[in-house]
Design a protein around this ligand. Structure first.
Ligand SMILES: [Zn+2]
Length: 324
C-alpha cells in the first residue's frame, strides 16, 4: 500500500503545477489532491474521477476573498484576541458565539472552525440527495478551509509577523517552504478515519495549529539574528520578473529548525480533509456513489465559467482581516 501511495504521490507532485507567485496555492492543490487517496474503496472511484476538479478548485475560496462579502473571515481565526483559553472556551455553536461576541467581532477575527462545521452539514446533505455538483463543489471548498485551519499563522492576529517585525513569514511558512522542500515529504497518512465528533476534531486541529505559532515565530526570529541580511533574502526569476524572496539557504535553515512541522501539518490536513469527506458520506447513509453521475452537469460547468469571469472582472473590495 505504501509503495502504491508513493507512486500516486510521484504522479501527483509531477502533475501539480508550481505557482510560486500565489501564496498557498501549491499546498492547497496538493492537499485536496492527496486527500482523495485516504478515502475508502466505496468513495475513491468517484473522487478519483474528479481529482482534477478537486485540485483546480482547491484555491477558489482564496480567489473569492476580496470579491465576495464575508468570504475572507472563513479562512482563519485570531484565537489570541479572545484570551489564552479561547480555543477551549469559545462556543462551538455559531449562534451561541454570535450571542456572546457579536457577529461583527466574529467576522473581524475569523470563523474558520465554524465554517468547517457548517459545511460538514451541507456536504452531508448533498450526499443524502445524491447531488454530484454540490458534492464536488462543497468537497473542494471544504478541503480549502480545513487546510487553512491546519496552518499555525491562520490562528493568530500576528498572522504575517506584522506585529513582531517578521512581515512575510506567512508566505515563507505556507508557500516558500513547501514549494521548495516538499519533494522529500512523506505524505502517507493511512486511511481517513470516521469522525465521531467532527466539530470537536476541527477545534482540536485549530488548537494544535495555534500551539505551533510560538515556534513558527521564535525560530524565524532566532535564525534571523544569526543570519546576515544579505543572505536572508535573495532574488529569483518568476514569470520573467525578478522578485525579492527568502533565500534558499535561509529557507532550508528555517525548515530544519521547524523539525518537520510543515510536513506534519500538511499530512494532518490531508487526512483531516479525507476524514471529513468520509464522515459526511457515512452520516448521509453511505449512498452508492457508483450509480451517481460522476462528472459535473453542463449547468454547473457553465456556472463555474460564469463565476470565473465574474471573479476576474469584479472590483476588488477591501476584505476584513488577514489582508496581507
Ligand atoms: Zn484560504
Amino acid at each position: 500500500m505504501k509503495k502504491l501511495f508513493t507512486l500516486f504521490l510521484c504522479i501527483a507532485l509531477w502533475v501539480v503545477p508550481r505557482q510560486p507567485q500565489a501564496w498557498g496555492f501549491f499546498g492547497h492543490r496538493l492537499i485536496n489532491r492527496l486527500a482523495v487517496f485516504t478515502l475508502p474503496p466505496e468513495m475513491i472511484g468517484f473522487y478519483k474521477a474528479n481529482i482534477t476538479y478537486l485540485t483546480d478548485n482547491a484555491t477558489r475560496p482564496d480567489q473569492r476573498r476580496s470579491v465576495v462579502p464575508g468570504e475572507a473571515a472563513r479562512h482563519f481565526i485570531d484565537a489570541d484576541v479572545y484570551g489564552p483559553n479561547a480555543l477551549s472556551q469559545l462556543p462551538r455553536s455559531y449562534a451561541d458565539a454570535v450571542a456572546e461576541h457579536g457577529e461583527d467581532s466574529l467576522l473581524r477575527h475569523g470563523i474558520v472552525p465554524w465554517q468547517v462545521t457548517r459545511m460538514k452539514y451541507q456536504l452531508t446533505e448533498a450526499f443524502r440527495v445524491h447531488d454530484t455538483d454540490r458534492i464536488l463543489h462543497l468537497s473542494a471548498d471544504l478541503g480549502h478551509y480545513v487546510a487553512d485551519a491546519c496552518v499555525p499563522l491562520h490562528t493568530t492576529r500576528n498572522y504575517n509577523g506584522q506585529l513582531s517585525g517578521q512581515r512575510g513569514i506567512h508566505g515563507l511558512w505556507e508557500s516558500r517552504l513547501p514549494e521548495l522542500l516538499s519533494n522529500n515529504y512523506d505524505f502517507f497518512t493511512g486511511p481517513a478515519p470516521y469522525l465521531d465528533n467532527p466539530t470537536k476534531t476541527i477545534w482540536q486541529a485549530v488548537a494544535r495549529s495555534h500551539a505551533a505559532v510560538d515556534s513558527v515565530l521564535c525560530f524565524e526570529e532566532e535564525l534571523t539574528a544569526s543570519f546576515p541580511e544579505d543572505r536572508k533574502f535573495g532574488f529569483e526569476e518568476r514569470n520573467n520578473q525578478t522578485v525579492r524572496t527568502y533565500s534558499r539557504d535561509f529557507s532550508r535553515a528555517y525548515h530544519a529548525r521547524l523539525h518537520g512541522q510543515v510536513e506534519r501539518q500538511m499530512r494532518r490536513a490531508m487526512q483531516l480533509v479525507g476524514a471529513i469527506w468520509y464522515t459526511c458520506w457515512v452520516d448521509a447513509g453511505q449512498p452508492d456513489l457508483d450509480i451517481m453521475p460522476k462528472t459535473l452537469s453542463e449547468e454547473e460547468k457553465q456556472r463555474l465559467k460564469a463565476e470565473e469571469t465574474q471573479l476576474q472582472n469584479a472590483p476588488h473590495t477591501a476584505s476584513t482581516g488577514h489582508d496581507e
